[in-house]
Design a protein around this ligand. Sequence first.
Ligand code: PPS
Length: 306
Amino acid sequence: MTFGTLPQTNEVLAMQPSEKYLFKHKGNYFQPDLVTAEYIDSLEDFEIRDSDVFLVTYPKSGTIWSQNILSLIHHEGHRDGTEDTDLLDRVPFLEYNIRNMDFDKRPSPRLFSSHLPYYLVPKGLRNGRAKIIYVARNPKDVMISFYHFSKCAVKFEEVEDFGVFMERFLSGKVLDSLWLDHIEGWCAHRGDFNILFLTYEEMKKDLGSAVLKICNFLGKRLSEEELADVVEKAGFDKMKMDRRTNYTTLSTDILDFSKGTFLRKGTVGDWKNTMTVAQSERFDSVFKERMDKLPFKFCWDINDEL
Ligand code: PPS
């Protein structure tokens, strides 16, 4: 198919996500096997504690990495008895409570992850007392990571043709909908929340400084040794090998590791290995104007200055 020209009927159909894999609720796509519309609606009144910390990301933007960093900061490098706890249990997803945790019984301060758009999070977060860390990643790398992840995520629709996947991504017909809407929404409403924005790329370039930013935001003090310990334990190679941080403990009906790994490449600029020049130009033509208005300087290559 030549993108940029009008798609034919069967091509239009290929652009539609199957209802078996995604359902739309209040403008956002969710996974039907993991959550219901009623549960999402119930989160509006989910009781927030002032000490709660939320990590918010669009999928494939560095969630597991930031979950691990938050957890390491919070649990003293996991020397406090949480060594054998899975990351998903330390920083569970609010909307995907796959372990059926009783969130109300968790001791404070609680850590949560979420991919929700700003308008679907609990209203208690809008009082500005609980803290939110939003991590953003350049959307071409997000899309490539998403594309590969759909192969090993059993409950995702596998879209073989990258060109088709790209068109779905550009039109927001993927889990958690349009990247631009997600990030624009959170940026535009930043004044409603107590929020720190970080980018995957700044974490990649200087993890120590990013960890310090998080600590300052959370009001945590780490010694130089503790900081070095967090940076070491949050390194890509370390996390990839550690079963508590690489999702290999998830059941095979969620992730099929014969088809790929969750921690795949962990780099900046991998999009260049998949996208053609024409695809990159097509991407820019759809995203650039709105991206230019975002308060972020995205980095498209590991050698680019931030
Ligand atoms: S998800 O499914 O939304 O929770 O995925 P998410 O964790 O947001 O994103 C997965 C990508 O993050 C990369 N990753 C890392 N990069 C650098 N350093 C560390 N420690 C790290 N941990 C995870 C992971 O490899 C995925 O990116 P890709 O580009 O696919 O490698």
